[in-house]
Each structure stands twice: as structure tokens, then as C-alpha cells.
Design a protein around this ligand. Structure first.
Ligand SMILES: Cc1cc2nc3c(=O)[nH]c(=O)nc-3n(C[C@H](O)[C@H](O)[C@H](O)COP(=O)(O)OP(=O)(O)OC[C@H]3O[C@@H](n4cnc5c(N)ncnc54)[C@H](O)[C@@H]3O)c2cc1C
Length: 296
């Protein structure tokens, strides 16, 4: 029996991929929750200020999208949404930087206008719906579920909690707290994801998710008034409309190696699958598949 400890994006993908390849799997999750339930679920192939594609994004997404679509097909639930992403110019320097790099980005460019560049091939995943679907499928295929470990080979997918607790000696991390708001903006009908510094994701009608903050020094888990104020100011850079805050959440992104996922074995503890950083939706299915190729 293989025990997958932690059922966030990493654990869910590892458990489902192993199970699909004939392994007997028990999930152990103590229910504390992690950043997967907080994440905005954004899939942005060219995130950040420098117009650099995310690390191995094409390869990772070629595994991830079919994995998510297959689960959707199997269950009749829809949780991943293809949505164009409008990356707005920050200033003239920013726009010039884009034009210098444009040649390397062609596969993600839909159009370039005076406002910015629209990326294709991105979108957002409702991570909470995904986790629910993943759990149902896992249990439906005969997977075991427990709050406590019962023995067997362990694959620890415990996210930032595991990194902060130093479950694996010698693994240095630079995890980052993030806060995020869900807002209602009456009368605003923006259907694209907007991104400049920060992003706004339309989730339904005039509801949006907005974020996110980055905080490396204080890894307290709760939402803060300062975080809320920062995101409210950020929203003001995208729309001048009035809004109401419906929800305010915080979580910790598990960051090890410049946000590259890490799969490691420790003879006394077992496997670690962690370090999904701020791009768990893109990378989780591929680390799941990678575990299939290891001798677990
Ligand atoms: C504000 C914010 C916004 C984000 N936005 C995005 C985004 O737009 N797109 C994106 O791709 N990513 C985003 N992320 C990052 C994303 O959340 C992570 O990459 C991903 O969710 C990490 O998944 P994980 O499974 O490694 O960890 P987690 O989601 O933290 O899961 C760990 C699981 O392990 C369990 N657990 C922990 N310790 C134990 C233990 N000792 N015993 C048993 N169970 C245990 C917990 O209950 C939890 O279920 C965001 C993160 C934050 C904080």
C-alpha cells in the first residue's frame, strides 16, 4: 500500500495517477487544509514582469490539460475554464520589453493592441471544485482515505506546512504567504482575465477574484487588513467601479527551487513531492505522472 500524505493539488494528482496505473493508494490528510483551497487557479503561460514563459510550461501543460479534461469528462463536472488573458502594458518601457521578446512568445500571442498583449492557452481552474471531483473519483475507484497514517511507503505532499515543519532535513524553502479577495463589482462585465502587476479573474457574472500579495518574512496564515487594503488598491488599477468584498483568504505558496517542483527520496521518510510554488495548477499533474515512473 502506498500512502499519499496530503490531498492538495500535488497529493490529488499523485494519488490519481498512481491509482490509474494500478497502485493501491491510501490518502492521509489531517484536514488542516492548504494553499490549494485558496489558490486563484490562474494558468498564465507568460507570468511575471519580464515576459518570460514559465519554466517548461508547454511540456507541463501538455500533461495537465488532458488530465483535467479527462476528469471533467468522466464526472460531467466543469472546473477548468479557458479564458483569454489580457496582459496590460505597465508603461512604454514594459511595452518595448515585450516587442524585444515577442519572437519567442508567438505560440501564446493571440493579439497585440494599444492596451496590451492577449495570451491564448491560459485560463483558470476552480481548485476547490477540482479537489472535490478528485476525491470523489479517487474514492469511487476504491481508494482508501484516513486522517492518520497506517503504514506503507509514504509520499509526502504536505505543501508549505511540510516545508515549514522541516519534514525533510536539508530542504531549504522560500515559501511565500499570499492573500486574495473575491469581490462583487456591480455592472462590470469584463470577461477576460486582466493582468498587470496582479490580476483579476472573472469567475461568474460580476464576481471576480483579485490578487495576490507576496510576503516572505511573515508566514502567519491568516488574512490581514494590510493585505486587504493592498488588493483593494490593486483592483482600483483595473476598474474605477465600486465593489464589495465577499471573501478574503490567505495561504502559503510552497516555494523551494525558484518555483520548480521537487521530487525527492529520503530513505528514512519516503518521497517528497513539493515546491509547486505559485503554479500548482500547471505543474501538479506532471509531478503526479513522474511518481508513476519512480519505484514507489
Ligand atoms: C494567495 C494564493 C494564490 C495562488 N494562486 C495560484 C494560481 O492562481 N495558480 C496556481 O497554479 N497556483 C496558485 N497558488 C499556488 C498553489 O496554491 C500551490 O502551488 C498549490 O496549491 C500547492 O499544492 P500542494 O498540494 O503542494 O500543497 P497544499 O495545497 O498546501 O496541500 C497540502 C495538503 O496536505 C495536508 N497536510 C499538511 N500537513 C499534513 C500532515 N502532517 N498530515 C496530514 N496532512 C497534512 C493539508 O491538509 C493539505 O490538504 C496560489 C497560492 C496562494 C497562497
Amino acid at each position: 500500500m502506498t500512502e499519499v500524505v496530503g490531498f492538495g493539488l500535488a497529493g490529488a494528482c499523485v494519488a490519481l495517477q498512481l491509482q490509474a496505473h494500478g497502485k493501491k493508494v491510501r490518502v492521509v490528510d489531517d484536514g488542516r487544509g492548504g494553499s490549494s483551497a485558496v489558490a486563484a487557479g490562474l494558468v498564465n503561460p507568460v507570468a511575471g514582469p519580464n515576459f518570460e514563459p514559465s519554466w517548461e510550461v508547454a511540456e507541463a501543460w501538455a500533461v495537465a490539460l488532458p488530465f483535467y479534461r479527462e476528469l471533467e469528462k468522466l464526472t460531467g463536472q466543469s472546473f477548468y475554464h479557458d479564458v483569454p488573458i489580457l496582459r496590460l502594458w505597465r508603461d512604454e518601457k514594459d511595452r518595448a520589453k515585450f516587442f524585444r521578446k515577442q519572437g519567442r512568445l508567438e505560440s501564446w500571442i493571440d493579439q497585440v493592441t494599444d492596451e496590451g498583449v492577449t495570451w491564448t492557452g491560459g485560463g483558470w481552474m476552480d481548485t476547490r471544485s477540482f479537489l472535490k471531483v478528485a476525491k470523489d473519483v479517487f474514492l469511487g475507484r476504491g481508494g482508501e482515505w484516513s486522517r492518520n497514517t497506517e503504514g506503507g511507503t509514504q509520499i509526502r505532499c504536505t505543501g508549505a506546512a511540510g516545508l515549514i515543519a522541516r519534514e525533510f532535513p536539508g530542504v531549504e524553502h522560500r515559501s511565500a504567504k499570499g492573500e486574495i479577495l473575491t469581490v462583487h463589482v456591480p455592472g462590470w462585465h469584463e470577461s477576460r482575465i486582466l493582468n498587470r502587476s496582479g490580476w483579476v479573474i472573472p469567475i461568474r457574472e460580476d464576481r471576480y477574484r483579485v490578487g495576490a500579495t507576496y510576503e516572505w518574512d511573515n508566514l502567519e496564515t491568516g488574512p490581514t487588513p494590510e493585505g486587504r487594503e493592498k488588493i483593494e488598491r490593486l483592483l482600483g488599477t483595473f476598474t474605477g467601479r465600486d465593489f464589495q468584498v465577499i471573501d478574503h483568504q490567505a495561504g502559503i505558496r510552497p516555494i523551494i527551487n525558484r518555483s520548480k517542483p521537487v521530487v525527492e527520496y529520503h530513505p528514512e521518510i519516503g518521497w517528497m513531492v513539493n515546491g509547486l510554488g505559485s503554479k500548482g495548477v500547471i505543474y501538479a499533474p506532471r509531478v503526479g505522472l513522474e511518481m508513476v515512473t519512480r519505484e514507489v
